[in-house]
Design a protein around this ligand. Structure first.
Ligand SMILES: *Cc1c(COP(=O)(O)O)cnc(C)c1O
Length: 422
């Protein structure tokens, strides 16, 4: 049995499509570089995760930072998701895209500022994931001043090693995140004594793009013991926030998202069985990465000595993952060709050697004017875009029932320069 294609990008009569929409047509209508997302793919992934966790009362709090575009947030809220935010800016995005989801927001982050805490208290969010004692004290003061009770979870650092890129691993003592789990019981005791604070949950997040179940299981096991200890200390712990981080396959290896999610869910459900806690999860990448691609046009090709370069109109400022994490993205020609294979570096126009999408990649020869799709770009793509080299942000389209809807117009130079003074 071959595993199903985990991506909504398929060739129909040699032309690459996204859930029925022809990418060549989209490039002509909307220009390039262009982010293209399949709404159906996002909906499928969400339903898959929700079904797998059906044995436990749970809420998926989508991690806004993975792809924070308003239309994506609105789509996820319509599927019943809450949100995991890490800033007041992300809170504002939720307010604009899905105000009804505010009671299902969890607020994570090591450096919450006063105005951000105030805004979240005002919005009556579900839970603050508190990462230090100093933050706990500030939150207590602000809650008291506003006559509010802030539900909190301490984000504990379980000291579990998650095999992923070091920049996206967060669950070891040496990382800046969370409170060491051995100290947590004491800190909860202090929290319980603070006015305006309701210690309602325990939270953990060990990193991102984690492909095996064991580190999640190991850290959740430690969280369960802590919950039991805290309850014996008299605390009313109702929520376990298991964080995000569930990974995908970026390469060509077989990947069956439903099967991998079901392994993840059954391990977690087994560990939490009988605890009577409401499980919160903060998936980002798993829900949106494979739903999206970055569509780009080849500007030039050139040969430097033995190296062949394909220069595209997209660059590291549009999709920084290869430059930042040495991340791999599959690249497909938008019109299937029988041109001979060629080994090339696929690079952008930005003045940095790190501005590449692929090195020494074997692809059918790409020529000036061709279109190519960088796959799995739905997460940590647009949300990490910058203006480096004074390049404007790409446009984004969402494919719904075969039709493309512009969800972010292409930025203009006037937009980009609007905040500057001479
Ligand atoms: C980034 C982040 C997530 C989402 O991680 P994914 O790998 O995209 O699932 C969830 N929770 C917290 C606290 C995060 O920082």
């Amino acid at each position: 049995m071959t595993s199903p294609n985990p991506r909504p990008f398929t060739y129909i009569h040699e032309r690459l499509t996204c859930s029925g929409a022809d990418l060549t047509d989209l490039a002509e209508r909307f220009g390039t570089p262009l982010y293209v997302y399949s709404a159906d793919a996002v909906i499928d992934r969400t339903a898959m995760l929700q079904a797998a966790f059906a044995p436990l009362p749970h809420t998926l709090c989508y991690a806004v930072k993975a792809n924070s575009s308003l239309a994506i947030l609105k789509l996820l809220a319509a599927q019943g998701c809450g949100f995991d935010i890490v800033s007041g800016g992300e809170l504002e995005r939720v307010r604009r895209a899905a105000p009804n989801a505010l009671p299902h927001v969890v607020f994570s982050g090591v450096g919450k500022q006063l105005w951000e805490i105030d805004a979240a208290l005002h919005a009556d969010i579900l839970l603050f994931n508190v990462e230090s004692e100093a933050e706990l004290e500030l939150l207590s003061q602000r809650a008291q001043a506003r006559n509010k009770i802030a539900r909190i979870a301490l984000r504990v650092n379980p000291d579990v090693f998650a095999e992923t890129h070091p920049y996206i691993s967060t669950g070891l003592r040496e990382h800046k995140f969370g409170i060491a789990i051995e100290r947590a019981r004491d800190v909860y005791r202090r929290a319980a004594a603070l006015p305006g604070i309701d210690p309602a949950g325990v939270s953990v997040h060990i990193g991102s793009q984690i492909r095996s179940v064991e580190p999640f299981a190991e850290s959740l096991q430690r969280v369960r013991s802590l919950v039991e200890d805290l309850r014996s200390d008299g605390l009313n712990i109702r929520f376990v926030d298991g964080g995000g981080g569930f990974g995908i396959e970026y390469g060509t290896a077989a990947f069956d998202p439903a099967a991998s999610v079901s392994a993840y869910a059954s391990a977690l459900c087994r560990i939490l069985d009988g605890l009577g806690a409401h499980l919160l999860l903060e998936p980002g990448r798993f829900l949106v990465a494979q739903a999206g691609a970055l569509l780009t046009r080849v500007l030039y090709t050139k040969q430097n000595g033995t190296k062949h370069f394909v220069i595209t109109d997209a660059a590291m400022n549009d999709l920084i993952r290869p430059a930042l994490y040495q991340a791999h993205h599959e690249i497909l020609p938008v019109i299937a060709t029988d041109r001979p294979a060629q080994v090339a570096d696929i690079v952008g126009p930005v003045c940095e050697t790190g501005d590449f999408f692929a090195r020494d990649r074997t692809l059918p020869e790409l020529l000036s004017g061709d279109l190519a799709a960088l796959l799995d770009a739905g997460a940590y793509g647009m949300s990490l875009a910058s203006h480096y080299n004074t390049r404007t942000h790409p446009a984004e389209v969402l494919i719904e029932a075969g039709d493309a809807r512009l969800i972010r117009r292409r930025e203009t130079l006037d937009d980009l320069l609007a905040t500057e003074l001479t």
